[in-house]
Design a protein around this ligand. Structure first.
Ligand code: ATP
Ligand code: LTN
Length: 329
């Protein structure tokens, strides 16, 4: 076995995956495949923490595999698998629920509070417990690094806390993982309201651009994106959050540096800038969708089958270790 560090991350197969998740998470995974041993999951048991239509969910699981592949995740280098096909995830989640996670931890989770708002009483228990399943995902693979967007930082912190508690009580069972968050692009904001993060569960689809959006529609969304007062293209997250967000999208999808873009657009207006950004987004989507459309159903099936086999082997042996340590085996 080589001594490469281990990296784990995942995306829920819920809603239409958008450029924010691509920029914040998947784009960094692709680059990390050479350096680390990577495991990427389609976390369907996380998706069912909110209501899903079974037929649509089935479709979206396959869609996510194609998105991973089209983005450049290579199944010969990395493990790609569906979370529910490796039962060790839910088994370990239960053990962590009992032996590591505390009510006080989960009560602090901001994503749960943001998601349920005033409707806490009707939220599923799974949605509340979601971060513990995420900790199980991470800890099962002896993960060193977890590349995610900024919104997931708190969940990775929880995985660290749980790992340390269990190690203290039962001996050194878990590697304590670390989140990897990009300096730029870790929090892409909504196109119409730059105070909110771009999110695939946002009911207003004009706030985000999905990777599979129709290209003309995507261009229109950019042209309709809100801008700040004033006319100058400058990067100032506090004073000009909308333009700062659009500059980040431009830089990330167009492979450009923000200071260079600011220089190039000196003296030009928002209209010119948005027109060019629309072209950058269109080119990115075009290239992406070309690759996506070439991936067959058969390939998806093969990737999932082989991924489940490889993931299961690692996860099962870790789970057995834990079961012995806590006294159930
Ligand atoms: P939802 O808002 O419905 O919970 P989401 O849009 O956050 O979903 P996920 O599938 O939960 O999408 O996230 C996939 C990955 O993309 C995660 O690593 C997450 O941190 C990252 N991500 C999500 N939204 C953003 C964003 N606005 N900017 C940067 N990264 C993001
Ligand atoms: N909660 C994450 C998805 C997720 C994940 C993980 C990410 C589930 N398990 C393990 C990294 C590592 C989200 O994107 N909403």
């Amino acid at each position: 076995m080589d001594n490469k560090k281990i990296l784990f991350s995942g995306v829920q197969p819920s809603g239409s995956f958008n450029i924010a998740g691509y920029i914040g998470a998947i784009s960094q995974w692709v680059k990390m495949q050479e350096k680390y041993r990577c495991v990427f999951s389609i976390v369907d048991y996380h998706a069912i923490t909110v209501k899903q239509d079974p037929q649509t969910l089935r479709q979206q699981i396959k869609e996510m595999v194609k998105i991973y592949l089209a983005a450049g995740i290579d199944p010969n280098k990395s493990i790609i698998f569906q979370q529910s096909s490796v039962s060790a995830h839910t088994e370990l989640a239960w053990i962590l629920n009992c032996c590591g996670a505390r009510m006080a931890d989960l009560n602090k989770m901001t994503q749960f509070k943001d998601k349920v708002g005033a409707n806490q009483e009707s939220a599923s228990v799974g949605l509340f417990d979601y971060p513990v399943l995420m900790a199980a995902d991470i800890l099962l693979y002896s993960t060193d690094l977890v590349p995610v967007g900024e919104d997931q930082k708190q969940h990775v912190e929880l995985a660290r806390d749980i790992a340390k508690r269990i190690n203290n009580q039962f001996g050194d069972l878990f590697v304590v993982p670390q989140a990897v968050i990009k300096e730029e692009g870790a929090r892409i904001m909504s196109l119409l309201n730059p105070d909110n993060k771009m999110s695939k569960s946002d009911p207003n689809q004009n706030n985000s651009i999905a990777l599979l959006d129709n290209i003309d529609l995507a261009k229109k969304k950019i042209m309709k994106a809100v801008t700040d007062s004033g006319t100058e293209i400058v990067y100032d997250k506090e004073e000009k959050p909308a333009i700062a967000n659009l500059l980040t999208i431009y830089a990330q999808l167009g492979n450009r540096e923000i200071p260079r873009l600011v220089k190039d657009y000196k003296g030009k207006g928002y209209g010119d800038f948005k027109k060019d950004l629309a072209e950058v987004v269109a080119k990115f989507l075009n290239d992406f969708q070309d690759k996506y459309n070439k991936i067959s159903e058969k390939e998806v099936e093969n990737v999932l089958r082989e991924g489940a086999r490889r993931a299961e082997k690692i996860a099962k042996s870790k789970l057995d270790e834990i079961k012995k340590a806590i006294g159930v085996k």
